[in-house]
Design a protein around this ligand. Structure first.
Ligand code: XMP
Length: 517
């Protein structure tokens, strides 16, 4: 697809852990931003013509043999550069300053004194401001022509700049939330130093993408595997606005979705919904349950569900026959691998990964491959997709099949669906979902004795899970308010037949996983 000309900031990735975050922050300020490996050639960079370049942090010291680096010319291209952490040290090192092991490493929230009160980077920033530090080396001597603009008691050059060349550097990380005025600093760099105007808006993205898709697909036919998740839904709506009935959406309902989810997807994409597409829903619960009978081992369940999904889809694909385009909901974090921004392959989670093998198509279209998740949601809202679909949490392809410990049966699916719906309803009602990355109910395989009314019960325990996470690689168990947990517990044991205990999972990841399988 033709990429429209727009101003952009280039992030050169030196392997730090916050690199995607830098791009997200810049984009939140309405400036398009891409992450690329630090090895990107100067020629490519010139071609890309970024308005500014940000060098990220990284795990190395500039003195490590084979440390990631960049050519000196990068600083002489007339493009503003902001070096962050390792990036700042690299700038100092390459331009003739001195980098040394700091006598005291700094890690965590640190009070920084902004000494350069007229620095463009720190316009509107308090003289004393809390920033996130994480370094063992530091800049001991700034290169010629640089002015020191910030310090801490143990880091004499916490920021420096050479305004004649628009070169800026911070030892701390403005992109992380703990740097209290980091957003202002990045905004200052992007708007005041790089002179961006802010032309990255989700309404224009939607409009331009629809036009580009229409042009690309022409009179061709496209096929989209809808999972009901945010990415495939937004991709399908973009396509439907571009090519209408030339698009066929196939929704395989394996019966392991959350309560009412299958019907919600149908309400949006089916014949009664607002979009003019061909919609095929396959209700395949019985097929999946038959295959899962007697199976208890989680990895085995995943395999069976994944394989059956492909089989069901294969049957439909045969009926549909040849299509020109296969739509994939790949998003930007799938494209930039964490680490060094190397281009990655097509998203490979089980429910779409196998499709290209047997669907007869000419080309893959990925209308969301430039977007972060929050941007996908913003486009979804722009397109008028209902909020319950747009803000949907991540949900594993094998669905409730893996949130039921032990054998999956129809009764257990109903128990976990009902308990999960109550949990989500109460957490949302209490507004306790604001900082949660994911929260759901799972069904343990444990039954125990309880008492209800005058009778003894021997029923299942539901496990509630809620985690806070920024990248889903690690997570902390969230401290949900006790009154919310208590209300959820009362409602679950009263309203869900077959449950007499509710437990809260306090484990982080690691050592547990986010899913409870
Ligand atoms: P874990 O449980 O490994 O999960 O900590 C990390 C994130 O990945 C999601 N997840 C999946 N997503 N297909 C998916 O599309 C899957 O098979 C799958 N398994 C786990 C999980 O919900 C969490 O967000």
């Amino acid at each position: 697809m033709k990429k429209p000309a727009r101003e952009m900031i280039l992030v050169l990735d030196f392997g730090g852990q916050y690199n995607q975050l830098i791009a997200r922050r810049v984009r939140e300020d309405h400036v398009y931003c891409e992450v690329h490996p630090n090895t990107m050639s100067l020629e490519k960079i010139r071609e890309m013509a970024p308005k500014g370049i940000i060098l990220t942090g990284g795990p190395n010291s500039v003195y490590t043999p084979d440390a990631e680096t960049c050519p000196r010319e990068l600083f002489e291209m007339g493009i503003p550069v902001l070096g962050i952490c390792y990036g700042s040290q690299l700038m100092a090192h390459i331009l003739g300053g001195k980098v040394e092991t700091a006598p005291t490493s700094e890690y965590g929230k640190t009070e920084v004194t902004i000494t350069g009160r007229d620095s463009k980077l720190f316009r509107g920033v308090d003289e004393k401001t809390v920033c996130w530090m994480s370094h063992t080396d530091y800049i001991a001597k700034a290169p010629e022509g640089f002015t020191v603009t910030a310090k801490t008691p143990v880091c004499p050059i916490a920021a420096m700049e050479r305004t004649s060349d628009n070169l800026y550097a911070t030892q701390f990380h403005p992109e992380v939330m703990h740097t209290v005025q980091g957003k202002e600093m990045l905004r200052n760099f992007v708007y005041d130093v790089c002179r961006c105007t802010g032309d990255w808006k989700m309404d224009s993205f939607a409009k331009e993408t629809i036009e580009a898709l229409r042009e690309k697909i022409g009179t061709g036919k496209a096929l989209c595997a809808l999972s009901g998740g945010v990415d495939s839904s937004v991709a399908a709506v973009l396509l439907s606005k571009a090519i209408g009935k030339q698009l066929t959406c196939v929704f395989v309902d394996h019966g392991l979705l959350r309560k009412d989810e299958g019907d919600q997807v149908e309400a949006v994409f089916g014949p009664e919904g607002p979009y003019d597409v061909n919609f095929i829903r396959i209700n395949a619960k019985d097929r999946f349950l038959a295959k899962l009978k007697g199976v208890t081992e989680p990895e085995r369940k995943r395999k069976i569900i994944g394989e059956e999904f492909i089989r069901v889809f294969e049957d439909v694909a045969k009926e549909i026959g040849k299509v020109d385009f296969l739509v994939q909901g790949t998003i930007y974090p799938d494209v930039i691998e964490s680490g060094l921004g190397k281009a990655a392959v097509i998203k490979s989670h089980h429910n779409v990964g196998g499709l290209p093998d047997f669907v007869d198509f000419k080309e893959i279209v990925e209308p969301l491959r430039l977007l972060f998740k929050d941007e996908v949601r913003a486009v979804g809202r722009e397109l008028g997709i209902p909020e319950y679909l747009v803000k949907r949490q991540p949900f594993p392809g094998p669905g409730l099949g893996i949130r039921i410990i032990g054998e999956v049966t129809e009764d257990k699916i109903k128990i976990v669906q009902d308990a999960d719906a109550i949990y989500r309803e109460e957490v949302e009602k209490a507004g306790a979902d604001k900082n949660l990355g994911q929260y759901f109910a799972a069904l343990t395989n444990m039954r125990s004795v309880g008492v209800m009314g005058d009778g003894r019960t021997y029923d299942y325990a539901i496990a509630l899970r809620a985690v806070m996470t920024s990248d889903f690689m690690t997570a902390e168990s969230a401290q949900l308010p006790w009154d919310v947990l208590s209300r959820v517990t009362t409602r679950i044991v009263n309203e869900v037949k077959g449950v007499n205990r509710v437990m809260y999972d306090c484990t982080g990841k690691p050592p547990a996983t986010i899913e409870f399988e």
